[in-house]
Write a protein that binds this ligand. Structure first.
Ligand code: GLN
Length: 487
């Protein structure tokens, strides 16, 4: 096995035993990026020198007996998260040469933990999309089928993990952007609760739903990284003060006999009728039901539940988030940020010129939709109404969590689609988010886990995910269920 194919857990063991060094591990990942990235376009910036320096420093800490769980572990970061001294583009032309002057809190934490940053990954521009085709730097391809998308908007991160360019990657999830690519690339994709992880240094898209999330090869790796990056941050007023659980401990069911000891006894799992409508791909429905049965075998109790306002999730999301986008992206005016093309005659034309050249079509579409929804005369009809619908969706979940501890659903309505197939049909692209916007609007933790494979029209097999949603700030419940599945 090549070193870049290791999980975090095994790599840590080998590092600790001195079998491998952080430099060797980092070199293996850098070599994989060099070899595969020209085809995949998953990584926008590689910071080779910095990575090797960090790896050397990690080796010294390891030699001195430091046992931090992410010490010497190479990772990639979505390019909408600030990394000091390294280009941060949000896959937009407007930030083409932007060098972040500070580290996002989460990058700072990972630096302190001794993880090794390899570079920055491709995304839909400003995280607007579900396929990574909306990048100003070209689409990312799915490593499992080069004719297909990796999902989005954290598609570069997912493709990079699936292609073993790194051991884990950071993404962001505003309405599915970690979970959808995890489903399409056969990975674990965790969107923590809103507020669980600091957003300081994440380029704002829709501040009321977005969260930094993780793409990993195993559930255990996800638990390890979450523990390192979560927690309250004085630089993010929306970060939650609640205590963190010992996530990876929840996962370890070794020495437990699932069949007789039933470790999930007492855990109630809800299957919402609205997520299993007759149109759902049959194989996906089967895979999710199979996971439900495995959880039941481990002692969990399955319950049919209802989340009656599910169908309004996508429409509410596509009013609320463009509204926030239109406000958040106002700062990219070409002056403080951006291109600074100066040949304009006056300030108004300066803005027009810079924003006109700097933003791609999907970003412009969302700014226009959002500005419209917030404008006088339409605010009550659109924005306010969408917020009222959001409250109903939150209440659906509150009600459901009086009956169950976790909710199990599909992540995406189908496997990865073809590059170019939906890129000119924004509505079809928005409907990709049908199963993922609910947890985002309600701020709940949700994880996509590999559920099985689906046969495509060409007869290929492609992965699809199942989604587990927990009550706010109860990520440990997801890991508990996964512990039983892994056994
Ligand atoms: N598909 C969603 C959108 O386009 C996902 C965005 C995200 O989570 N960043 O808005």
């Amino acid at each position: 096995m090549n070193l870049n194919e290791l999980t975090i857990k095994t790599a840590r063991e080998k590092l600790e035993q001195g079998e491998i060094s952080a430099v060797e591990l980092t070199e293996a990942c850098l070599a994989a990026i060099k070899k595969l990235n020209p085809e995949l376009n998953a990584v926008l910036t590689v910071c080779e020198q910095e990575a090797l320096d960090e790896a050397r420093a990690a080796d010294q800490r390891i030699a001195a007996g430091d046992q931090s769980p992410l010490l010497g572990i190479p990772y990639l970061c979505k390019d909408n998260i600030m990394t000091k001294g390294i280009r941060t583009t949000a896959a937009s032309k407007i930030l083409e040469s932007y060098i972040a002057p500070y580290d996002a809190t989460i990058i700072k934490k990972l630096k302190e933990a001794g993880a090794v940053l390899l570079g920055k990954t491709n995304l839909d521009e400003f995280a607007h999309g579900a396929s990574t085709e909306n990048s100003a730097y070209g689409p990312t391809k799915n490593p499992l089928d080069l004719t297909r998308v990796p999902g989005g908007s954290s598609g570069g991160s997912a493709a990079a993990v699936a292609a073993n360019m790194c051991l884990f990657a950071l993404g962001s999830d505003t309405g599915g952007s970690v979970r959808c690519p995890a489903s399409f690339c056969g990975l674990y994709g965790l969107k923590p609760s809103y507020g669980r992880v600091s957003r300081f240094g994440l380029l704002a898209m829709a501040s009321s739903t977005e969260v930094i999330g993780l793409l990993t090869k195993t559930a255990y790796d996800s638990a390890l990284v979450l523990k390192e990056i979560a927690g309250q941050d004085e630089l993010d007023a929306t970060s939650a003060p609640e205590k963190l659980a010992n996530y990876e401990k929840e996962l370890v069911f070794s020495n437990v006999k699932i069949a007789t000891q039933k470790p999930l006894k007492g855990l109630r799992i809800g299957l919402p009728a609205e997520y299993f409508l007759p149109g759902l791909n049959k194989e996906i429905a089967e895979h999710v039901k199979n996971i439900a049965q495995r959880l039941e075998f481990a002692g969990a109790e399955l319950k049919k539940i209802s989340l009656p306002h599910t169908e309004y999730g996508v429409p509410a999301y596509y009013i609320i988030t463009p509204s926030e986008i239109s406000s958040n992206l106002a700062r990219f005016d070409g002056l403080g940020w951006g291109l600074a093309k100066t040949e304009a005659a006056d300030l108004q034309s300066f803005y027009k010129l810079n924003r006109g050249i700097g933003f791609g079509p999907e970003v412009k579409r969302r700014i226009m939709l959002g500005t419209y929804a917030l404008s006088a005369g339409y605010y009550d009809a659109y924005y306010k109404k969408a917020q009222a619908v959001r409250t109903l969706i939150i209440e659906d979940f509150n009600q459901a969590f009086t009956q169950v501890d976790l909710i199990l659903t599909p992540t995406t309505p189908h496997p990865a689609f073809k590059l170019g197939e939906q890129v000119n049909d924004p509505l079809a692209m928005y409907l990709e988010d049908v199963f993922v916007t609910g947890a985002s609007l309600a701020g709940l933790p949700a994880m996509s886990i590999p559920a099985g494979e689906v046969t495509t029209e060409e007869g290929n097999k492609l992965p699809v995910g199942a989604q587990i949603i927990a009550p706010r700030l109860r990520e440990e419940l997801i890991f508990k269920a996964l512990g039983a599945l892994e056994e």
